[in-house]
Design a binder for this molecule. Structure first.
Ligand code: BG6
Ligand code: MG
Length: 230
């Protein structure tokens, strides 16, 4: 069931929430521009077209998956080993750019949303497709606000598979149907739904149509509206 900006149809007895799962890139912090700069640099070096529209489709997609989307039909020109080198190079540039990341890059409403959840006594997990998630959290100084941090290194399949969300629920000792996930990427929303969780999408309701609620950004987050889920 989809709904926009805080409306959701309740059709069964509500269940109380135990945990809230936050995505990192695009929910807690604005790193999209840094990924974009690093991918653009790689695309230029390969003389492959890359633009902001294509960059949008990389949201929530892991590093090698993103490279495949960037290469498109050029993919067949390269071996797996060459692609791995390209992904490593892009990551080197991305990690270099993280030196400039700081608390100013925390997205509006993110800290307040985390605080609402923690004040209510619910558990928090950070669930990210990025293998740089721990570095980014450290740069932002918010690592201690999460009871669990889960990145792709510990799961077989990345988003849109539900694995990473199920792993996070296990770390929180929370049943998946007592969890609420917050995601800005269609791949993340899809994975959360398959995991059996309630979902807030942050961004475009047309792109995030599978979410139970869609907010333009986390300044609109009101935990009381989601405390009970069905
Ligand atoms: C996701 C981002 O969180 O992490 C994607 O939305 C990125 O854009 C993916 O490709 C993987 O990140 P990393 O840091 O492991 O290359
Ligand atoms: Mg994201």
């Amino acid at each position: 069931m989809s709904a926009v900006a805080g409306t959701r149809h309740v059709s069964a007895a509500p269940r109380p929430l135990t945990g809230v799962l936050f995505d990192l890139d695009g929910v807690i912090v604005d790193t999209a521009k840094l990924h974009y700069t690093a991918w653009s640099r790689l695309a230029q070096s390969l003389s492959v077209h890359f633009d902001e529209v294509l960059n949008q489709s990389l949201k929530g997609v892991d590093r090698l998956g993103s490279l495949e989307l960037l290469l498109g039909p050029h993919s067949r020109r390269f071996t797996l080993a060459e692609k791995q080198k390209m992904a490593d190079l892009k990551n080197h540039w991305y990690v270099e750019s993280l030196c400039d990341l700081g608390t100013d890059d925390i997205l509006p409403g993110a800290l307040d949303a985390l605080e609402q959840v923690r004040q209510a006594g619910l558990k928090t997990a950070l669930v990210s497709a990025s293998r740089n998630a721990t570095t980014v959290l450290d740069r932002l100084g918010v690592a201690e606000r999460f009871d669990a941090v889960v990145d792709p290194s510990g799961v077989a399949r990345g988003k849109p598979a539900p694995d990473i969300f199920i792993a996070a629920a296990q770390e929180l000792e929370a049943a998946p149907d007592r969890c609420l996930g917050i995601e800005d990427a269609a791949a993340g929303v899809a994975g959360l739904k398959v995991a059996g969780m309630a979902v807030i999408g942050v961004g475009d309701p047309l792109v995030l149509h599978e979410a139970d609620w869609v907010l333009p950004d986390l300044t609109h987050f009101r935990l009381s509206a989601y405390r009970s889920i069905t």
